[in-house]
Design a protein around this ligand. Structure first.
Ligand code: FMN
Length: 372
């Protein structure tokens, strides 16, 4: 007989005005599987709807580029800058919603970590500082990152306008909300990071100045989409795709300042980039980063990072460390993760071969066919 599990992550939750049937979200995952012009495909609609059919309450898309200047990070990354993009995203949001989940579009500007942009052959970031380490081959890049152009104030205005226009488009495409990607080493996180941001204007120097761009983007989206039901979430992290070990310089004090500045967001999503929630969470004041985000912002917090471990995720939710849990790699191996959790069915282990040699949907589909 199947056992029915009452896991805390399966309890309902209200996010703003939206009632969620559980607290499980699919974490954003880049799949570089869009058409060359950035239009998402029917295969992507099936892929995203699959997570909703499997019981996830929220499906967050991969990072989507926001303008035709410097935002695109990889070739075949989807965008939301043309009517064709918006129409195709409308089909994806419909498919996800019809299958019972809330669709959220992650808005991403790659900045200095761009390794493929069909509009530009140069990159731009807060300052002309070469990013650490090398481009990621699984996302179609190779060799050292180029030294980016230091963004002018005009470039920064374009960044903000890109996020705003994309959020407006996401709303018209039927998404419940957007998530502003300010994590993992991409543009907004580059502004937050002293070794990438050596500016001396109002966007550099103090923590308040370095977090200004993220806060401005959130406020500008809110002003353009005043609908109180529309979510404007934000994703933050200490670790970066090209610097897993990075931690905010002033620990809990810096974290509190950053969180206070983004507390207008509908939710705070903390990415476990390069380390699981458990290893990365504890701050120098003894609080976990997610609990501190909850306390400072009084907003729902999503924890992430190796949280497919159901004992650990139960501790995170029951211990008040977070309200919601996002699952990345394990959701690829188990698009029906919530349904399996509810019925006590064993999970399939994530296999890195699902994302090799590139992180495309085709490679995941081939893995599924090989192992079925
Ligand atoms: C293939 C792949 C692509 C990713 N792309 C994104 C992305 O577009 N945006 C983002 O914020 N995080 C991205 N991430 C990070 C995940 O959202 C998540 O933080 C990470 O996988 C840790 O969670 P997990 O242990 O549940 O996999 C990606 C991760 C993977 C494995």
């Amino acid at each position: 007989m199947e056992k029915i599990v009452a896991h805390p992550a399966l309890q309902p939750f209200n996010l703003q005005t939206t009632a969620l049937s559980n607290r499980l979200a699919v974490a954003p995952m880049t799949r570089v599987s869009a058409e060359e012009d950035g239009t998402p495909t029917a295969e992507m609609a099936d892929y995203y709807a699959g997570f909703a059919q499997g019981g996830f309450g929220i499906v967050i898309t991969e990072g989507v580029y926001t303008d035709e200047f410097y935002s695109q990070g990889y070739l075949n990354q989807p965008g939301i800058t043309t009517d064709r993009h918006t129409k195709a995203w409308g089909q994806i949001s419909d498919a996800v919603r019809q299958a019972g989940a809330q669709p959220v579009l992650q808005l991403m500007h790659a900045g200095a970590l761009s390794q493929g942009n069909r509009y530009r052959c140069s990159t731009a970031g807060p300052s002309a500082v070469r990013p650490l380490r090398a481009m990621m081959e699984a996302y179609g890049g190779s060799g050292p990152w180029p030294v980016p152009n230091a963004m002018s104030l005009k470039d920064i205005e374009r960044v903000i306008a890109g996020f705003v226009d994309s959020a407006v488009a996401a709303r018209s495409a039927g998404f419940t909300g957007v998530e502003v990607h300010s994590a993992n080493g991409y543009l907004l996180d580059q502004f937050l990071t002293p070794y990438m941001n050596t500016r001396t204007d109002e966007f550099g120097g103090s923590i308040t100045n370095r977090v200004r761009l993220t806060a401005t983007v959130i406020a500008a989206i809110r002003a353009a989409v005043p609908d109180p039901g529309f979510w404007v979430g934000v994703r933050l992290s200490q670790g970066k795709v090209n610097d897993h070990a990075y931690r905010w310089e002033h620990g809990a004090e810096e974290a509190a300042l950053i969180f206070a500045t983004v507390s207008d967001a509908s939710y705070i999503h903390i990415a476990g980039e390069g380390s699981g929630w458990e290893e990365g969470a504890l701050l120098d004041n003894g609080e976990t980063i997610t609990a501190l985000a909850r306390r400072v912002t009084q907003k729902p917090v999503i924890a992430n990072g190796n949280l497919a471990d159901t004992d650990l995720s139960a501790r995170v939710v029951q211990g008040g460390h977070a309200d919601l849990i996002s699952i990345g790699r394990s959701a690829l191996a188990n698009p029906d993760y919530p349904a399996k959790l509810a019925r006590g069915i064993d999970l399939v282990a994530f296999d890195p071969a699902m994302l090799a040699p590139k992180v495309t949907l085709a490679n995941t589909t081939a893995w599924r066919a090989r192992t079925a």
